[in-house]
Design a protein around this ligand. Structure first.
Ligand code: COA
Length: 218
């Protein structure tokens, strides 16, 4: 997709390091001091649930300023029926280009492709402020929870068809693509491949803590 400003296109292997560098710039100090999203993207590309057909970049003047990725995940109902869905993320826009509607464009572009692949539900775990304007709703509205009836505030659901979810309880089964990010030594080792950057505290980290530790009730 082209408009006067930017081009949205599939990521290629040649883009890998540029995309990881972009993710590091965008996520640095946002949720925690430093970040691991560049490593997450790096390892996720090898995961069985990674969907390369949905890895898109936004290019401007020959530079990648945004990216979005998806992986396969599942919803399971109380009878064990499984519904394949996709999990969105990471999504990021370079800090110099934020608040201009670019992530909206990446989301809307890829939602159409997600739909054409036969999926009708997208889930992600993130800050609701970034997503409610894109039609994401609280997981509670669709009766989607983690195992143990855990409805987390950061669990957000976007349906791509009105009848995608029918009100029955669904348990979200994320994939384990982010598991390697728990290895802090591997993350630190990978980070050495990039220019030095200072880890620091900023208020968005407290915001992230609150969102990711908040639970919903009726
Ligand atoms: C979050 C992020 C992807 C948004 O990208 P963006 O291109 O700046 O977003 P857009 O300009 O398309 O705006 C998206 C919507 O979110 C809202 N929004 C964006 N940033 C916001 C913020 N910091 N606080 C509140 N609302 C915000 C906007 O109001 C907009 O809604 P609108 O279309 O009704 O105006 C970008 O800021 C980013 O890369 N951040 C760092 C990485 C990150 O946190 N990624 C998301 C992981 S949960």
């Amino acid at each position: 997709m082209n408009n006067n400003d930017y081009m949205i296109r599939l990521e290629t292997a040649k883009d890998y390091r540029e995309v990881e560098t972009l993710a590091r710039e965008a996520f640095w100090n946002v949720s925690v001091p430093g970040c691991n999203e560049h490593y997450f993207i790096h390892v996720m590309r090898q995961h069985k649930d990674y969907i390369p057909e949905l890895a898109y970049v936004m290019e401007m003047d020959g530079k990648i300023i945004g990216c979005i990725m998806y992986t396969k995940a599942e919803l399971a109902d109380e009878n064990g029926n499984i519904k394949p869905i996709v999990s969105m993320g990471p999504l990021c826009i370079h800090p110099d280009y934020q608040r201009r509607g670019y992530s909206k464009a990446l989301l809307e572009h890829t939602f159409e492709i997600v739909k054409s692949m036969g999926y009708d539900t997208v889930i992600n775990f993130g800050n609701p402020d970034n997503y409610v304007a894109r039609g994401y709703k609280s997981c509670k509205k669709y009766n989607v929870c983690f195992e143990g009836d855990v409805f987390q505030a950061a669990l957000l659901v976007k349906v791509l068809r009105d009848d995608a979810l029918d009100g029955r309880k669904w348990f979200y089964h994320p994939n384990n693509a982010d598991e390697p990010c728990g290895n802090t030594e591997a993350v630190a080792e990978f980070d050495k491949l990039f220019p030095p950057k200072v880890k620091a505290w900023q208020p968005s980290q407290e915001e992230f803590y609150i969102h990711s530790h908040a639970f919903l009730r009726d």
